[in-house]
Design a protein around this ligand. Structure first.
Ligand SMILES: Nc1ncnc2c1ncn2[C@@H]1O[C@H](COP(=O)(O)OP(=O)(O)OP(=O)(O)O)[C@@H](O)[C@H]1O
Ligand SMILES: [Mg+2]
Length: 263
């Protein structure tokens, strides 16, 4: 494997839902250590591309490679087992279980057993304790009652963190985040940003679908703009902000700086 081989390659992926072409031959690469932001108007195909990469829907045509290995058409659990994980735009915890027990389930997965889970190295030990460790790492106060609360009673901010924690339990190589900031208050978003930065420092490659541009542009080193199931442009946050096509398609006639300030 060459050193500059992308960790993820999306090649000419198309997805049709009946007559709707949700993705139209989209191609892009994600490099190891990247935080790639994906932006685009509602319905532009952002969630669909994550669903295709992670095996949650079958693409109509095209290929996805992880570290050069063809993962197209593999089921989600196989893809997650390889280290490619995702969060859901519409959160999917085990609502009837306490927060930390949501992590005990992935901690029993073959990948967690193989990798030693989360921090890796050595035996996992007591899964309940590891589950609470991960929750603490991701912002649940360990000595409070919050990790023990039933997931259905948790506020959105904690559920978003729980989505990320479920990925971390697998010691992922890649996390695809589908709108982890949506529904959060400004202060909750501000406290999530360092978490994303820490994932990157821990060597995890991050793909972030986001409408919150100001925060996204702080953490992303590359940004891909989608429109009508296609890649409009791709570049650094500065290049994307300066692009006329992006201003027209994504921001209408508004000034990007203005949008960023009020994002
Ligand atoms: N399961 C489905 N069945 C039929 N059409 C679908 C399905 N999932 C997505 N679509 C359609 O595919 C297109 C892309 O949807 P997608 O959810 O990927 O957009 P998105 O960019 O994630 O939007 P948003 O910003 O609102 O989350 C839309 O036209 C949507 O209606
Ligand atoms: Mg979406």
């Amino acid at each position: 494997m060459s050193e500059d081989q992308p960790i993820l390659q999306v090649k000419e992926v198309t997805k049709a839902f009946g007559g709707i072409l949700a993705l139209n031959r989209i191609s892009f690469d994600v490099h190891e250590g990247d935080v790639l932001g994906i932006i685009g108007p509602n319905g532009s195909g952002k969630t669909t591309v994550v669903n295709c990469i992670t095996g949650f829907i079958k693409m109509s045509s095209g290929k996805v490679y992880f570290r050069g290995k063809d993962i197209s058409g593999k089921p989600p659990h196989k893809i997650a087992d390889m280290g490619v994980t995702r969060t859901f735009q519409i959160m999917r915890p085990y609502y009837s279980l306490p927060a930390y027990k949501n992590l005990v389930i992935p901690l029993f997965s073959p990948r967690a057993k193989r990798t030693g889970g989360w921090r890796g190295g050595g035996k996992l030990g007591d899964r309940n304790t590891v589950g609470i460790d991960i929750l603490e790492e991701i912002g649940f106060e360990r000595d409070s009652y919050v990790p023990y609360k039933t997931a259905s009673t948790l506020p959105t901010g904690y559920l978003k963190r729980l989505e990320l924690a479920r990925c971390l339990a697998l010691k992922p190589e890649v996390i695809l985040c589908d709108e982890v900031f949506s529904g959060l208050s400004m202060s909750e978003i501000a406290s999530m940003v360092p978490l994303i930065e820490r994932l990157q420092m821990d060597g995890i490659t991050v793909v972030m679908i986001e409408h919150r541009l100001r925060e996204l542009f702080r953490v992303a080193n590359r940004v891909l703009v989608m429109n009508f199931g296609e890649k409009l442009i791709e570049g650094t946050p500065d290049e994307v902000m300066a692009n006329e096509k992006v201003k027209e398609a994504y921001f209408g006639s508004e000034d990007v700086e203005e949008v960023m300030t009020h994002a």
